[in-house]
Design a protein around this ligand. Structure first.
Ligand SMILES: Cc1cc2nc3c(=O)[nH]c(=O)nc-3n(C[C@H](O)[C@H](O)[C@H](O)COP(=O)(O)OP(=O)(O)OC[C@H]3O[C@@H](n4cnc5c(N)ncnc54)[C@H](O)[C@@H]3O)c2cc1C
Length: 552
C-alpha cells in the first residue's frame, strides 16, 4: 500500500492543476488523492485511517466555503499527527498563513500559482516528503524495541534511537498485546529486556548505544591520523562548524557522545530560527544539518565521547572513552550544557522510571491520557509542556516564580494560556517524589506558606538550571565559577591568564586560553543560549581556525 498525498480545494481548476503536477512526479511512490471540500478531505482521511493506510502529506487551499483550510489541517492532526501539512494561499494572504502556523502547526505555506513547479512546488514537496519519510515507519517493518516502560535502560535506548533519527517502534511488554509471544518466539527471557528486533529477524539483547550503532552499520572509526579541525559536540554550534569547516577546505571531524542535535535536537518545535516561519522540529533541523555537513565532506561520528585533551605543541591530542587517541591542529569545544540534577528526595531513584531530564519528545507518546508534570519556567520547559499536552490528559508546569514572564518567551506563554489541558502552578516547588518501581506521587510545596499537597502523577520532566559540560577540558582552559568556558577578552581578564597564555598575540574572539582550542555555543561563558547564536559562533570558529593554522 503506497502512502497517500491528499489535496483539498473547492476550485476544480486548481485541483486539476495540482493533480496534473503531482501525479506524474510522485505516483510511483505515493497515491495522489483529491477532495473538493474540508469535510470531504476529513472523511477521506478517516477512511484511510480505518483501512490502516498512511497519509504522508495534506495540501489544502485556505479559502473554501464551509471549512477554511487551516481548520482542515488542524483537525487532520488528530488522525495523522505525523503527516506534513501545507496551506495553499494567495500571494498576499500572509494573515491566513500566520494563523495556520499558530493554530494548525502547518509545515509550509505555498503561494498560488506555483509555476514553474520545478522551482516552486517540487523542491518543497520533496523536502517535506523526505522529512516525513525520516519519521515514518510502516507497520511491522524496521526496528522494534521491546521493554518495560519503567526501565531506565529502555528509556536510554529509546532516547538514543530517537536522537539518532533512527525510526523504531516501541513495544511496552506490559501493555502491547502479542509482545510476550514475540519475545518468547525469539527465545528472549523477560530478564533480558530491553531487546531490539531488527528487520531481518535478528535480536540484540540489553543493547547499548554503541552496539546498536555498530549493528546498524555506522562506522565509529576515524579515517585520518591528523585533522585540521576536530569538533567535540554535535549540537547546533558543532554542526555549523562541521558544515563551514568542510566547505572551506579543512579536514573536519565531528564527534558526539550521544547523537548529533544536542539540546536543540530534543526540541519539538523551534519557532525562532531564521528562515523557518512555520517553525522546525529539532530532529528535522538536525537531519538537514547532518546531511549537509556529511555531503560537504565532514566526518561525523557518534556515539563517541571525548574524555580528555592533551596539548602537544601546536597539536591537540584527544582521548576517546574507548581509549583511542586522535590528533588535530585546532579543536572546537561545543559540548553545550546539561540539566542540573533535581535535589528533591526520590528523584534520583526514579530517574528513567517516570522522572526524565528533557526527553519530552522521546517519552510523550507513552504518557497518552496520563498526568504529567514539567518543572522549569524556561522556553525548553514551555515547548515540552505544549508537546506533552498533545498526548497527556493533563500537564502541569511547576515554577517557583510568580509567573513566567521573565523566563519564557511571550509566544510560548500565549500558546500555553490557550491550551486547556495545561495548568500553570506558580510559587510552587517539588518537595519529594515516590512510587513503587516507578513514579506515582509527587508532593508539591507552596513557596508562600510551605504547605504541601500530594498528587498522583505518572511522569515528571525536569527542565531546570543547566550546567556546562566542560569537565573533560584541560585545566589550562580557563572557566568561570560555574564552569563555563572563557574565550577572547573574557579569558584575558581572568585570573591565571598570564600563567597559561604564552603567545605574543591576544586570543582570537572565540579562542580559549589554550591557543588553537576554541569554544562556541552554550558551553561558553556569556553565551546567548539560542540555536541561531550557537550556529553563528560555530561558523565563526572556522574562520578563526584558518587564522590560527596560518599563524602556526
Ligand atoms: C528542549 C529545548 C528547546 C529549546 N528550544 C529553543 C528554541 O526554540 N530556540 C532557540 O533558539 N533555542 C532553543 N533551545 C536552546 C538551544 O537548543 C541551545 O542554545 C543550543 O542547542 C546550544 O547548542 P550547542 O551546540 O552549544 O550545544 P548543545 O545543543 O548542548 O550540544 C552539545 C552536544 O555535545 C555533546 N557532548 C557533550 N559532551 C561531549 C563529549 N565529552 N564528547 C562528545 N560529545 C559531547 C552532547 O551529546 C550534545 O549533542 C532549546 C533547548 C532545549 C533543551
Amino acid at each position: 500500500m503506497k502512502p497517500v498525498m491528499l489535496v483539498v480545494d473547492d476550485d476544480p481548476q486548481v485541483l486539476a492543476a495540482v493533480r496534473r503536477d503531482l501525479r506524474p512526479r510522485y505516483r510511483e511512490q505515493y497515491t495522489v488523492l483529491s477532495a473538493g471540500s474540508g469535510p470531504d478531505a476529513l472523511s477521506t482521511a478517516r477512511e484511510l485511517k480505518s483501512r490502516g493506510e498512511s497519509l504522508a502529506i495534506l495540501i489544502s487551499d485556505q479559502r473554501m466555503p464551509g471549512m477554511l483550510g487551516h481548520e482542515v489541517l488542524a483537525r487532520s492532526r488528530e488522525l495523522y499527527p505525523l503527516a506534513r501539512r501545507v496551506l495553499l494561499t494567495a500571494y498576499s494572504d500572509i494573515d491566513a498563513a500566520v494563523k495556520a502556523i499558530n493554530e494548525a502547526h502547518i509545515d509550509h505555506y505555498l503561494s498560488k500559482p506555483w509555476d514553474p513547479p520545478d522551482e516552486r512546488l517540487f523542491p518543497i514537496v520533496d523536502d517535506l516528503l523526505d522529512s516525513w519519510q525520516a519519521e515514518y515507519l510502516p507497520e511491522a517493518k524496521g526496528l522494534r524495541l521491546v521493554g518495560y516502560q519503567w526501565s531506565p535502560r529502555s528509556h536510554a535506548i529509546k532516547d538514543f534511537l530517537g536522537s539518532s533519527l533512527i525510526p523504531y517502534r516501541w513495544l511496552d511488554v506490559q501493555r502491547e498485546p502479542g509482545t510476550t509471544a514475540l519475545i518468547e518466539a525469539a527465545g528472549v527471557g523477560v530478564d533480558e529486556l530491553p531487546v531490539l528486533f531488527f528487520e531481518d529477524g535478528s535480536v540484540l539483547r540489553e543493547p547499548d548505544s554503541r552496539r546498536v550503532a555498530e549493528r546498524l552499520g555506522r562506522s565509529l572509526s576515524v579515517a585520518h591520523d591528523l585533522y585540521d579541525l576536530a569538533i567535540v559536540g554535535g549540537g547546533p554550534a558543532g554542526l555549523a562548524a562541521a558544515v563551514y569547516g568542510a566547505s572551506e577546505g579543512l579536514r573536519t571531524l565531528l564527534l558526539d557522545r550521544h547523537a548529533p542535535g544536542g539540546q536543540a535536537g530534543t526540541s519539538s518545535r523551534i519557532e525562532n530560527y531564521l528562515g523557518f516561519p512555520a517553525g522546525v522540529s529539532g530532529s528535522d533541523l538536525t537531519r538537514r544539518a547532518l546531511a549537509q555537513a556529511q555531503r560537504l565532506g565532514a566526518e561525523c561520528l557518534s556515539p563517541l565521547e571525548v574524555t580528555a585533551v592533551a596539548i602537544d605543541g601546536i597539536y591537540k591530542r584527544l582521548t576517546l572513552a574507548d581509549g583511542r587517541e586522535l590528533v588535530t591542529r585546532t579543536m572546537l569545544a561545543a559540548t553545550g550544557m546539561m540539566y542540573r540534577e533535581h535535589p528533591a528526595p526520590g528523584i534520583a531513584e526514579h530517574t528513567g522510571a517516570g522522572v526524565y531530564y528533557g526527553a519530552a519528545t522521546t517519552e510523550a507518546p507513552a504518557f497518552a491520557g496520563r498526568r504529567v508534570l514539567v518543572i522549569g519556567g524556561g522556553n525548553s520547559a514551555g515547548q515540552a509542556a505544549l508537546h506533552l499536552a498533545r498526548y497527556a490528559e493533563q500537564v502541569q508546569i511547576v515554577v517557583r516564580r510568580v509567573d513566567l514572564r521573565q523566563t519564557m518567551s511571550q509566544y510560548l506563554i500565549d500558546q500555553i494560556a490557550k491550551t486547556p489541558n495545561i495548568r500553570l502552578r506558580t510559587s510552587t516547588e517539588i518537595d519529594r517524589v515516590d512510587g513503587n518501581g516507578h513514579l506515582e506521587h509527587v508532593a508539591l510545596r507552596s513557596v508562600d506558606d510551605g504547605r504541601t499537597q500530594v498528587e498522583d502523577i505518572d511522569a515528571l520532566f525536569v527542565f531546570i538550571g543547566a550546567r556546562p559540560r566542560s569537565d573533560w577540558l584541560p585545566p589550562d582552559v580557563l572557566r568561570d565559577a560555574k564552569g563555563f568556558v572563557l574565550t577572547g577578552r573574557d579569558a584575558m581578564s581572568a585570573e591565571g591568564f598570564a600563567r597559561v597564555w604564552k603567545e605574543r598575540r591576544d586570543p582570537l574572539t572565540l579562542e580559549t586560553s589554550v591557543p588553537g582550542l576554541f569554544a562556541a555555543g552554550d558551553i561558553r561563558a556569556s553565551a546567548m543560549n539560542r540555536v541561531a547564536a550557537a550556529v553563528g559562533e560555530g561558523a565563526m570558529v572556522v574562520r578563526l581556525a584558518h587564522e590560527y593554522i596560518a599563524l602556526t
